[in-house]
Ligand binder design. Structure first.
Ligand SMILES: Nc1ncnc2c1ncn2[C@@H]1O[C@H](COP(=O)(O)OP(=O)(O)OP(=O)(O)O)[C@@H](O)[C@H]1O
Length: 257
């Protein structure tokens, strides 16, 4: 079971911003999408989650668990997304409980409102909220950027989607929250979700992901395991992006030994 995108191409006006990108994510696997700023990671993510801007022209083939799926389809079943900008993802005039409870009921995580509230509290605790009851009663504007980001992460995980597209989910978070979120992703993958993690944090990616796809100027320049990318990568960007992570992982292993 996997999500496969082939020959993805995105244009806005006369600009060809993503060119022939192909990648796959297996259920239960976490794949990193790395690359310099402006290389096309967010556009690629948006095309998979059906949230490309209306001005974008998209071409290519998407298959979800063997089922061909239109790339422009905005109501895509089975794929949840975490976007970079958490303020636009949450309804500003709706309290957090009313943004989480319906998702948990729809996904079958809970069958009653009381059960969904209890589950929401637990999931909020798992991403570092010390007072989840209070958070559930808040409006998004009463929370910090990092808190809103973690609520979007809980909302996406609450969908229990087969695939999760996470665009820089931990950028606004402190170190402890980052670790908790990565641990929640690991748990989701162990439960069978396929995750695409877009990040500039190569060390975090190498600790969580089995392999990475590297984009530069809208094209895939390399992909494979982190040790492959660090040692034999054909493209200098792939080498520089993965070298530090590989060094850290290797040092950690030596320290542990
Ligand atoms: N709606 C849009 N209209 C026109 N150009 C866009 C649009 N969205 C993105 N771009 C351009 O497409 C290119 C890729 O953008 P994208 O946001 O995918 O990069 P990214 O790799 O996610 O960067 P970052 O790491 O900084 O988030 C950039 O040159 C950007 O300016």
């Amino acid at each position: 079971m996997s999500l496969v995108v082939k020959d993805l191409s995105i244009r806005v006006g006369s600009q060809h911003l993503v060119r022939g990108v192909s990648l796959s994510i297996d259920r239960g696997d976490v794949v990193a999408l790395l690359g310099p700023s402006g290389s096309g990671k967010s556009l690629t993510a948006a095309s998979l989650s059906g949230s490309l801007p209306g001005s974008a022209m998209v071409r290519g083939h998407l298959e979800v668990d063997g089922q061909a799926t239109p790339l422009g389809d905005r109501t895509r079943a089975g794929i949840a997304a975490i976007r970079q900008d958490s303020l636009t993802s949450l309804h500003p005039l709706v309290r957090i409980d009313r943004q989480l409870v319906p998702v948990l009921l729809r996904s079958g995580e809970a069958s009653t409102r009381a059960g969904a509230l209890a589950r929401a509290e637990l999931m909020l605790e798992e991403v570092g909220f010390a007072a989840p009851t209070q958070v559930l009663r808040s409006f998004p504007m009463e929370l910090s950027g990092g808190q809103r980001q973690r609520i979007c992460i809980v909302q996406a995980l609450a969908c229990r989607a087969s695939y999760l597209i996470a665009d820089e989910p931990t950028t606004a978070l402190d170190g402890v929250s980052q670790q908790l979120v990565l641990s929640a992703f690991r748990t989701a993958a162990e439960a069978g979700a396929g995750i695409l993690l877009i990040t500039h944090d190569v060390v975090a990616a190498s600790s969580l992901c089995s392999r990475a796809v590297i984009l530069d100027a809208g094209s895939v320049v390399d992909q494979g395991s982190f040790s492959h990318l660090a040692s034999r990568a054909a493209h200098p960007i792939a080498r520089s992006l993965t070298w530090a992570a590989h060094q850290t992982t290797t040092q950690d292993k030596h320290t542990a030994a």
